[in-house]
Design a protein around this ligand. Structure first.
Ligand code: ARG
Length: 581
């Protein structure tokens, strides 16, 4: 099923071909609804290129445009823009088709790729903190959207489970460990010993050297150190899993840094042999002499002492993902401070001859309400687990106030759905590069561009259906779920708000694929917000259950479609909807 945008774009290029003009310009949604639904700047672009009047060109194009079945006669506006307004009957037909379509009009991508998405990727022996949430939430949404568009997605958690911090953790384990504290809260104790050792190592060269020795032993396969390391990894994983469960995050593979450990020497040898890397002052480095921003930033892939770096692991990871996993694309959802690192990695991969589509998808920071980096009162990073638990308990209180008659179990369940959704949505509704201030009041508000507002729109629709099912002519069970699906033979829109809502619903299929152009789930989030607004306007001006047939069925169908688009759209963002709240 083609979108209106695609249909019009095709008709426009047919018209251009008929007039003998090249296909230029764009056909986009109208910037101002007063001028219609779509617009094109084709005549303007052509006018500039050929030194002709855009208005005259526009009229010539329109004379050959065959779009009478979907839009009103188009108007030329301003300097030569062409505006298109959809015909009501075309919108009615399309909405009717959407109603029968599982995918709600969203086509699958033309070329299907196998995409590895590296997201989350926390570090062992350090708790996941609020900063990790952006990678998790963004990566998960992109993975969901890419799969929905038909790509084969491999979700990979590149856990930081190897590296210099383990020298310190092991030294701390042997010298500072409090067994009772470990039994009470393992990760907190591991973090404590790590931090304390780190402090001591900074001021005491002997401790520093001892930590280095522990690391060398670990890397050489020392049994005792490997056991300690294993135990720390297991404790950390438990903590991560708890957060993933709360957030409903799943991985296909979790190949942490240690997974690549055996492959590092070969990776370095290969780069040396091919001449991509060279030995410089005893270390193995890759230089980027021809790239201005990297000329003075070589990438060290083997240190003078023989140790490997974060970058070496990432190069081995590239090999694995391309050669073993056969990925066509690799997306790294990692914060903006690592921009340079990925520039280096991708450049080395290119020199090695890899042609896959490597993308770093960076993002900004989460700030506290004071607009400084978010910290606890004692200046620590805010642990993610505590933050999510607080979100759920705050949301539960809101449910309690709004709907005290719900059962205790329902309140907890709904509180979880709203709390987690609020945190995710606050993130996803922002452009990813924006630093945003974390505010409980704002994200949990039932008004404005928030998850609870969108969930509430869905709940409202569901309650219409609960009332509707109680009436005999309305009780069809959908094959695909428990929800009644509208069976109106023909949709009829008489009110402005109905037409507007239906047009919005038709735009779902235009918005979803757009997210992947520049990895912006906020496009989808903002679309859903607009949809919820259109739904509220419709609901306020059009009675549904109390209207006469055939309007009643038609309006119920519109409600059903709105509910399904909201649910599917939020699901693509990793957000669940409650039936009541
Ligand atoms: N563990 C790293 C960190 O927390 C992120 C890893 C990102 N992925 C990668 N392939 N380098 O900073």
């Amino acid at each position: 099923m083609e979108t209106f945008q695609a249909l019009l774009a095709n008709k426009l290029s047919d018209a251009l071909a008929k007039v003998g003009l090249p296909k230029v310009g764009e056909l986009t949604p109208a910037t101002d609804p007063r001028f219609g639904d779509y617009q094109t700047n084709a005549a303007l672009v052509l006018g500039k290129q050929r030194g002709e009047s855009p208005k005259t060109l526009a009229e010539r194009i329109l004379a050959c445009l065959d779009a009478g079945d979907i839009c009103e006669p188009p108007a030329v506006a301003g300097a030569g823009f062409v505006n298109f307004t959809l015909r009501t009957d075309a919108v009615e037909r399309k909405a009717g088709e959407l109603l029968l379509d599982e995918r709600l009009g969203v086509a699958t991508a033309e070329s299907k790729k196998r995409i590895v998405i590296d997201f989350g990727s926390p570090n062992v022996a350090k708790p996941m903190h609020v900063g990790h949430i952006r990678s998790i939430v963004l990566g998960d949404a992109l993975a969901r959207i890419a799969s929905f568009l038909g790509h084969e997605v491999i979700r990979d958690n590149h856990i930081g489970d190897w590296g210099t911090q383990f020298g310190m953790v092991i030294w701390g384990w042997k010298n500072l460990l409090d067994r009772q504290a470990l039994a009470r809260d393992p990760l907190a104790e591991i973090v404590r010993i790590y931090k304390e050792t780190n402090q001591r190592a900074t001021s005491d060269p002997q401790v520093r050297e001892a930590c280095r020795q522990e690391l060398v032993k670990l890397q050489a396969g020392d049994r005792e150190n490997l056991d300690i390391w294993n135990e720390c990894v297991a404790f950390s994983m438990q903590d991560f899993e708890h957060v993933y469960k709360l957030l409903d995050i799943h991985y296909d593979i979790q190949c942490g840094e240690s997974f690549y450990n055996d492959r590092l020497p070969a990776t370095v040898d290969r780069l040396l042999k091919s001449g991509i890397a060279e030995i410089s002052e005893g270390a193995v480095c890759v230089f980027f002499r021809d790239i201005p921003e990297l000329t003075d930033k070589p990438c060290i892939i083997r240190k003078r002492d023989g140790g490997f770096n974060y970058a070496t692991t990432d190069l081995a990871t590239v090999d694995y993902r391309i050669n073993d996993l056969k990925a066509d694309a690799v997306w790294y959802v990692v914060g903006a401070p690592q921009v340079l690192h990925f520039k280096q990695i991708f450049e080395i991969a290119r020199r090695e001859g890899y042609t896959a589509d490597f993308r770093h998808i960076p993002f900004g920071s989460i700030l506290g309400e004071d607009r400084k980096l978010m910290k606890t009162r004692s200046g620590e990073n805010v642990p993610l687990r505590e933050l999510l638990e607080e979100a759920c308990s705050r949301a539960r209180k809101i449910v309690e106030e709004k709907n005290p008659d719900l059962s205790e179990a329902e309140k907890i369940d709904i509180g979880q759905k709203i709390g987690v959704a609020a945190v995710k949505y606050a993130d996803l509704s922002q452009y990813r590069m924006t630093d945003y201030a974390f505010s409980w009041d704002r994200m949990l508000s039932l008004h404005g561009n928030t998850a609870p507002y969108l969930q509430n729109a869905y709940v409202r629709i569901r309650s219409i259906f609960r009332k509707a099912v109680a009436t005999p002519q309305w009780g069809v069970e959908a094959q695909t779920g428990h929800r009644p699906v509208a069976t109106a033979d023909k949709l009829t829109f008489t009110d402005r708000s109905e037409i507007n809502l239906a047009k919005r619903l038709c735009q779902f299929a235009e918005n979803v694929p757009q997210v992947l152009n520049d990895f912006r789930p906020n496009i989808l989030a903002n679309y859903l917000f607009e949809l919820a607004n259109s739904f509220h306007t419709f609901y306020e001006s059009c009675p549904v259950l109390k209207s006469e047939e055939p309007l009643r069925s038609s309006r119920l169908a519109l409600c059903d479609l709105s509910g399904r688009v909201l649910q599917r759209g939020l699901d693509l963002l990793g957000i669940k909807v409650p039936e009541k709240m």
